[in-house]
Design a protein around this ligand. Sequence first.
Ligand code: PLP
Length: 655
Amino acid sequence: MKKPVSRVLIINDEPLVLKEFVKGLNAAARSLDNPLGITFSGVTTAREALAAIEEDGDLQAVVVDDKLYTLNQKSPKKEMSALELVQRVTRFRPELDVYILIAQEHEDEIVDALFAEAVDGYFYREERDYRGMYRILNAQVQERSRTPFYDQLKNYVWMAKDSWHTPGHSSGESLRGSPWVNDFCDFMGEHVFDADLSVSVKMLDSLMEPTGVIAEAQTIAAKAFGARRTFFATNGTSTSNKVIFQTLLAPGEKLLLDRNCHKSVHHGVVLSGGHPIYLDSSINAKYSLYGPVPKKTILSAIRRHPDAQAIILTSCTYDGLRYDLAPIVEAAHAKGIKVIVDEAWYGFARFHPAFRPTALEAGADYATQSTHKVLSAFSQASMIHVNDPGFNEHLFRENFNMHTSTSPQYSMIASLDVARKQAVMEGYKLLSRTLALSQELRAQINSTGVFRVLELDQLLPEEVRRDNILLDPTKVTVDIASCGYTVEDLQRELFDRYNIQVEKSTFNTLTLLLTIGTTRSKVSRLYDALMRIAREGRAPRRLYRFPEIPGFTRLRFLPRDAFYCGGELVPLVDEKDNIRRDLLDRACADQIVPYPPGIPVLVPGQVITREIVHYLVGLLRSQKRVELHGIVYDGYLPCLRVLKPAEERGLRRIG
Ligand SMILES: Cc1ncc(COP(=O)(O)O)c(C=O)c1O
């Protein structure tokens, strides 16, 4: 098994003192227990220190002497205070432990000056207690690398207790002897079964009322992600979003939401009974991609609806577009509106400066993250981070428990614990590699001369060009229009001939997702495949363009009121394939969502227009297979469930 390597950087501008410290500490590390492979190195200038922090992904801690630092030995006049250096270090890599070396006579001043900074502790320079220093630094790094829940799960499995409780497979015993299903056990691996336990095992704590190892793991995660509180969720960010809505919104209360939000957000609106104010996202018609909501639209909605309880935005989007959140948060907070950011695709961002600020760093009150999408957690494992100063924990807990299974998957909780550890210990290093691979891949794809990576400029719809939107480069969207294949044929070719499965597509683009699990050989294989396809020299095909995504129409009823009506089914088209007129101006009872990308064309209570029906019929007839959630088939006729006239008369209108 690979052993970890951890480095601690000592920064002191007196070469002789520095040498002595590094030597003393390394000797202590060699002679004492050192499971994390800690070694010490030193630099004398602030510039070298900052360079080391940028370049050395194995760095886990820094020890800064409380002096003024020359930025550069060649021009010793330029100086940086220890305070400024600490600020630069923690801004760049907040996960690092920071210790200060102080002289006894300056203790009060220094501790005061650094009071507001993320400093983990102090050492007296004169003491030269290298073994003591090493023990503390080692303990601190070990603390960050702890996985309390995962460790306890392993302990329990090794204890090999007889199971007289659920699940019924009883640590795999029900499968193991079976001539019919023992292959499942062999295929999945034994620990999938013996680590699949139940709430009866008290030493594994309870997700519904954590006081032990789950609580500890969540506390460590909160520190890692810069939150006051973090909660592990085992039903995906789909559920995390719903839990927050039900906590913040009473029925009838307003929520501002990006229409580009994931369908779980719209489901959350139905469940909470909230009154949604939809903000139309920008649309890149050329590539059929949804963009962010224009800043102007958001700020004006905040001004027009100061009575809203909350606003939710998706950042980054599925295509990697990130809002400039800070001014939006500021405007919302000025009206007392809470800010929720769906970071389903951005859970790694805290661990590399290229992706920051995160939503919490920009001041958001809540962030939900699909840890499973972009870090090393099992599918459905998600985190809810809370920084809301008025957080109502009791209400949150009630709603969390309402949505949480009483039989959560323990391996999923363990994977959240482990994913957090990995992000903290080696996230910077792995993300640096991912960024380099993304750059390489982009250049290689463009070098095919046929496929072209869309950069921010090409992705951004016109109306958001001046909104300081940024692109997460780990999401790579490729224009495939010149390759001579339709997108379906290209995906099939990549899958069948080259064993490549991509993330998603539109009629003329493919999106590739790079994560910390992307390797150089995967990049090479993809490049090789695209180059071979490019060299086939096929003439470009005429690609079927999706009908333009219709803008949001009027909401006549609260989504929840409309959803709970029985309604009636009305087909989209008649026998002659013409659009049914009796569908127009009716209120839809369901949410109609083409998937991907999972953004609703209709929500319950919304008025149906000719344009919307045209769009849905267009999708149904298109060559490209799209799931259309919410469409009901009456025989072979695709129908919408709409409110009956009598039901409409009985409901309170909101628009
Ligand atoms: C923006 C957004 N939010 C939330 C979700 C739901 O996340 P999960 O799959 O973890 O339930 C998704 C899933 O695709 C998403 O794209």
